[in-house]
Design a protein around this ligand. Sequence first.
Ligand SMILES: Cc1cc2nc3c(=O)[nH]c(=O)nc-3n(C[C@H](O)[C@H](O)[C@H](O)COP(=O)(O)OP(=O)(O)OC[C@H]3O[C@@H](n4cnc5c(N)ncnc54)[C@H](O)[C@@H]3O)c2cc1C
Length: 461
Amino acid sequence: MPDGSADSFLATHVTAQAAQQAGAQILVYHEVIGLLTEGGDGARRVTGARVRDVVGGEEVQIEAAMTINASGAWAGKIAALADIPVRVIPGKGVMVAVNHRLVNTVINRCKMPADGDILVPVHTVAIIGTTDERVSDPEMLSIEPWEVELMLAEGDKLTPGLSQSRILRAWAGVRPLYQEGYSGESRDATRALALLDHQARDGVAGFLTITGGKWTTFRLMAEKTMDKACAQLGVERACRTAETPVPGVEQGYYWLGHRLHEVEEARLQGDLVCECELVTRAMLEQAAVNNPTVTLDDLRRDVRLGMGPCQGGFCTFRAAGILQELRMQAPTASALQDAAPDWSVAYMQSPRHNAHPRPAAPKAGKSSLDNPNLLLRDFLQERWRGLTPVLWGRQLKQERLDELIYLGIMNIDHLPPDNDASPLTDFWEFDTTPGAQERREARDEEQISTLQSPSSSNRKD
Ligand SMILES: Cc1cc2nc3c(=O)[nH]c(=O)nc-3n(C[C@H](O)[C@H](O)[C@H](O)COP(=O)(O)OP(=O)(O)OC[C@H]3O[C@@H](n4cnc5c(N)ncnc54)[C@H](O)[C@@H]3O)c2cc1C
């Protein structure tokens, strides 16, 4: 059936870029920790928000004539900060990436929506999805073995042999589902968008919640929300969302071969930082300077660093070194924050060394670049999180190699802290307690025996 696949990281970047071109200021890594309110019963009004910079630690107060809560499955938690009840149903979905673009078009099973009924080619891989399970909290996203098993079994029905492929990683996301009064399974909850006018609904002015919907409807959701905001603010202006293309659209559709073509044409093989995803040094530097708070995980989303079969085994330490070099140039850099970022370039046309001037270094100061050891460990920890549910066969061997590189050669779990910075990832389990070495060795033995005697399950390779 006709279907398509889009890059949601790139779409987020270009949407942010369009907003900036229209005068928006974007604060990344800022968590809403409070809503500002004034007035009493019946005349309450939200007048802004208090946010905390999770990188720099500062708190910022933002005053606004209209505050819009667009926080997906967290919308209920944000609304609760102003004592407004909003019951979002968080619907967890697990996805599994297989190493290779097994199909060149989206494959759907034509039946009522069910677990594992869609296989989507995305860049160099294919993703089988998904489950739909109601969870109590949008952050309860652990992946159970049965969920991975189910995806592979259902995947075999769509594309025979899928379960025998090398499995790269598994991860989960959470859908924001909203249906007033509904208490059943998340699979059956409506996917319709929900715009909550808190003035009409709860007697609280200056505050709207937009939730529900789908990724594919995000621009429609934006349009409906802005129309409502304008009406409440007494602004009369025609909506231009439908006619306004996001920056980069003129570059045309994504072409899978574009990176290989550029690398071969410009002979950039020696500049590759990530061989799996063909990320050149110039691409990485460009993405880093376009992102003032850059972490390696940001770079992953921007240029697909570490998303291939080695899952960061070889590119992570190279990228950390390059960021460190950029950091050392930082005192001479000035224009980063003022430069208009051009994220669309990262995927569609990679900058070439000989065609682009060397980018200015990111600003030092609050940047995560101040903490190279932390950057390295945070990134490996994030990769590890997605690998643990699929550790068997060839990917297990790869992980054992990665572990030897980072723990054995680089001794990464004993790197001194750069300063008093705390990790950005919440999953932080490097064991430094007494006896850790013995426990690691025992685990190694166990892993090696698994490698030598594959289980009787269908996971052969
Ligand atoms: C497994 C799965 C498969 C899906 N497949 C499809 C599909 O094929 N097609 C489709 O159209 N849709 C699909 N969806 C649905 C789609 O992903 C969601 O509808 C969409 O992402 C919701 O966008 P959102 O911006 O409302 O919420 P989100 O994308 O969840 O964004 C909310 C953001 O708010 C942030 N946030 C939360 N609390 C705070 C705070 N206190 N301060 C600051 N920020 C905060 C969160 O970190 C998050 O980044 C799928 C969803 C899942 C889980």
